[in-house]
Design a protein around this ligand. Sequence first.
Ligand code: DCP
Ligand code: MG
Length: 405
Amino acid sequence: MALRMPQARRKRQPIRHRTMARDRPTVYVAGMSPPAGQSDHEEEEADGLRKVIHVDMDAFFASVEQRDDPSLRGKPVAVGGSSGRGVVAAASYEARGFGVRSAMPSVRALRLCPDLIFRKPRFDVYTAVSRQIRAIFLEYTPHVEPLSLDEAYLDVTADLKGIGSATRIAEEIRRRIKAETGLTASAGVSYNKFLAKLASDQNKPDGLCVIRPGEGAAFVAGLPVRRFHGVGPRGAEKMARLGIETGADLAAKDLAFLRANFGSFAEYLFRAARGVDLRQVRANRPRKSVGGERTFFEDIKEPEALRETMDHIVDVVWERIERAGTRGRTVTLKLRYADFKTLTRARSLPHYVADKAEFAAIGHALLEDLMPLPQPIRLMGLTLSALEHGESEERPAKDGQLSLL
Ligand code: DCP
Ligand code: MG
């Protein structure tokens, strides 16, 4: 298979939108299924039209590794574990040319790309870059809502520098990120968070896309539904069986139909299909939980695979808990079945979870209680809540819904 170089994929006409189908990585950042506040009205609604920018670093972990080790540049690189159980966290665009994707088992990635170079993640470096880009964002607006280390929403309706044009601000931010970190970011500009996030993905890598007022519904109509956050490969297959391939197909279904087929996911899908999203960009949301979840490349059911996944999630989430410097008493397991039914099981302790071993033991106990599972799952998540107060400031804004390694 020919190696597709990033230059070949780069689009040089930034300020426009395309409605073409485009292959998405098959794993979705957790927390987008549906995004917090989309379906449960937990957030205040934005009043009037806003100017929202979504900034997302390109192949983040992999790009940092290529930046710091010139011998990796232009090569297929994966960050993650290369051993039997390892999973790809990030894939360079060169690796993506071979079909390598985030969350893919490393063994499979190596089959697709035998020359794939693996590097272990260096979270301290990624966190430092994350701080740098956040400092840049904050020069333009105090309304910065980080979603993970490498992406954030910015509300620039009234920007601090008086620039006025969200598109100009987005270009300036991208230039500054490049100059100050040596890394590229893509940005989406629109009038709500849902559209801005779709837009940032549109012309990746190193791209910009603007969806102007009035263009949102048409933009969404032309997209394949797998580009909607939370609609993974299985979800897209299910929709295809129901005759839903694009946003327009989805918009043609009424809420009752969506509820019958997608349960609590229906409201989110209904709004998204219309390019509607009333959530505000919210900085400094008080953190109520720390956690993470994973959507799988392929649905899983085998007890051994489920246990391995639990181990992996515990590793990532516990690291996050330590980084946040917080403690909590309640552990919640979340599973989403192949048919989208989602269930949670929680256990609360009289004391704070003492250490990683205890956290793992509770996670596994919650999982074992549910086995054998009635059907394969497409997502597993684990969250620590009932936190003690006084968390660190360096917390992402999405409660328990962060992307997982
Ligand atoms: N990440 C992870 N596990 C996943 C997805 C992502 O550990 N399942 C980590 C590695 C990524 C970083 O988070 O580098 C950012 O995730 P993105 O989804 O933004 O993916 P990338 O930045 O790698 O690629 P791009 O945004 O260019 O598609
Ligand atoms: Mg990214």
